[in-house]
Design a protein around this ligand. Structure first.
Ligand SMILES: [Zn+2]
Length: 543
């Protein structure tokens, strides 16, 4: 007896042994059979030709950040088309905010606002007496108003922050812009958030994810550094699960900042870990610990990424590393040595070299089979770096949707000579690397179909082609968002394809993305999402 059978379906299994099928049966939360219509099923659903895929898996997102952003002022473009419109949006929120309270906005991109970041004085006028905090769409910088600068005691010139920058005007007065690790200063005023608030954010995010066909996601950094909302963030996920509000399977990356010596026996090689020695792989099918996240550099559109050559039209600015090179290398090697999968955020080609060098050295000093170290974003990549990453077995984690939302700013940041190095996909596959699918939500819209559209169509919002030689087929993009992401999480034996014994995580789409014209992919409809054999979202097709 099976729990659920989907018949008369167009099943894309991502299983090379049987790529296509017409039926899937589910029992006890797992795939029971493919193609064989069960004799008895508690629930038999005729999908009338709709397409079934393994549930989408976002290999890099910020689930709490996204959930929190739903309650903040949306200062992305759209809806905000100019700095004046941004100030007006802040003023509207300030009207219902008590003096001294926070007005928080998320998602501005100076590239879409005339090239200038919001200004502290204009924010003071828009929200008199309030504390204003506006996060850049990249997450790598923010702008605060004068009240916050005064709170922080950094309203005088000359505040130095290692791995970050307090921007000043030509007269040396802070403008309110805080880059990279300088954001930790604001964090000291607002964090930690109460766990109940974080749990609500997770639940809100999960509801949205399920509507978009996401059944698994990887949270790219919790517990420490400027990406964290609380040192106890994992407990918020556990609470969401206990309350039945998690809905999607979550893999949590630990922020590198929270790894510490454990005092274990010298023979154990546990030089950097979490208490009790838990590390990558700990947990279960719903909530598990993934890689350790180490930030090597910053943002491309924000021009803080560490580049070998200067950004285009930006003087001698080559960006910067988030810590000194030796410290970053040591952190990566220590994490590898201690058994962690390592995920290094590296955007610029200089940061990518640092990550590749560190992985090579780590593997030589402490050989370990199949470590699957990752480089998050892998944005500006020289041809030789593709070869080297492939040789080292590195998994690159680029974001397809960036082309559509951030592409114009990225093309401008690197200039035409380096357009062919931007956000590679096809050359990674050709080099034999595994390509996962991810959004980096809330940096850009996170719906997988939008990410898949970006991977295939590679157009910016102005309509410019975005390094189109690196486009992949719809088939390859779907494989990335399912099997590829499962592989990046070391979970391809558990999920990411549709085969007997694997987790019954499925998404039902209105049409087959590989059969429609590429410009229609983004508009396809998610009809149902099933996690662990349970329908978690149903637009009506499951009845
Ligand atoms: Zn991220």
């Amino acid at each position: 007896m099976t729990d659920l059978a989907l018949v008369n379906a167009n099943v894309l299994t991502m299983d090379p042994a049987r790529p296509r099928a017409t039926a899937v049966a589910v029992a006890g939360g797992r795939i029971a059979a493919v193609d064989e219509v069960p004799a008895k099923a508690l629930r038999l659903v005729d999908l009338r030709g709709a397409t079934v895929l393994p549930g989408f898996h976002d290999a890099h997102n910020h689930m709490i950040g996204f959930g929190m952003s739903l309650g903040e002022v949306d200062i992305g473009s759209p809806p905000v088309g100019s700095l004046d419109e941004l100030y007006a949006a802040i003023a509207r929120r300030a009207e219902t905010t008590a003096p001294g309270e926070w007005v928080i906005g998320t998602g501005y991109d100076q590239n879409k606002l005339g090239g200038h970041h919001p200004d502290r004085d204009a924010l003071d006028r828009a929200a008199p007496g309030c504390r204003v905090w506006l996060r850049h769409t990249s997450g790598h910088m923010c702008v605060v108003n004068s009240v916050v600068l005064a709170d922080l005691g950094i309203d005088a010139a000359g505040t130095e922050v290692p791995g970050g920058r307090v921007a000043t005007d030509s007269g040396g007065r802070p403008t309110g812009l805080l880059e990279e690790r300088a954001q930790l200063l604001v964090g000291s005023l607002v964090y930690p958030y109460p766990l109940a608030e974080l749990t609500d954010a997770i639940a809100k995010a999960a509801e949205q994810y399920l509507k978009e066909g996401v059944t698994s996601c990887t949270e790219a950094g919790i517990g420490g550094g400027w990406v964290a909302h609380s040192p106890a963030e994992l407990a918020a996920y556990a609470a969401a699960r206990d309350q039945g509000r998690l809905g999607v399977r979550v893999e949590l990356m630990t922020a590198g900042e929270v790894l510490h010596p454990l005092g274990a026996h010298a023979d154990d090689n546990l030089v950097a870990g979490l208490d009790l020695g838990i590390r990558t792989g700990f947990g279960d099918d719903w909530l598990r610990l993934g890689a350790v996240k180490i930030f090597a550099d910053g943002s491309l559109v924000g021009r803080t990424a560490a580049m070998h050559d200067p950004f285009a039209g930006n003087g001698d600015n080559r960006g910067y590393l988030q810590a000194d090179a030796a410290g970053l290398r040591a952190a990566i090697i220590a994490a590898h040595r201690s058994g962690w999968q390592v995920a290094t955020h590296a955007i610029g080609d200089r940061a990518i070299d640092l990550a590749l060098d560190a992985y090579a050295e780590a593997l030589e000093l402490y050989p370990r089979p199949d470590p699957r170290h990752r480089i998050e974003h892998f944005a500006v990549v020289q041809p030789r770096q593709v070869t080297r990453a492939a040789e080292l077995g590195v998994i690159a984690v680029p974001q397809g949707r960036f082309a559509a939302e951030l592409g114009d700013g990225m093309l401008a940041a690197v200039g035409p000579d380096r357009h062919g190095w931007l956000y590679r996909q096809r050359s990674l596959l050709e080099a034999g690397m595994v390509l996962p699918g991810s959004s980096d939500r809330p940096v850009v819209a996170g719906a997988p179909l939008l990410g898949i559209d970006g991977m295939v169509n590679r157009r910016t919002s102005s309509g410019a082609p975005f390094n189109p030689d690196e486009a992949v087929t719809a088939e390859q993009a779907l494989r990335a968002w399912t099997w590829g992401s499962a592989y990046a999480s070391r979970q391809e034996h558990v999920k990411g394809s549709i085969a007997p014994g694997l987790l019954a995580d499925l998404v039902v789409l209105s049409e087959d993305p590989t059969a429609v014209s590429p410009d229609r992919i983004a508009g396809l409809e998610v009809l149902a999402t099933i996690t662990g054999g349970q329908p978690r979202y149903d637009a009506g097709i499951l009845g």
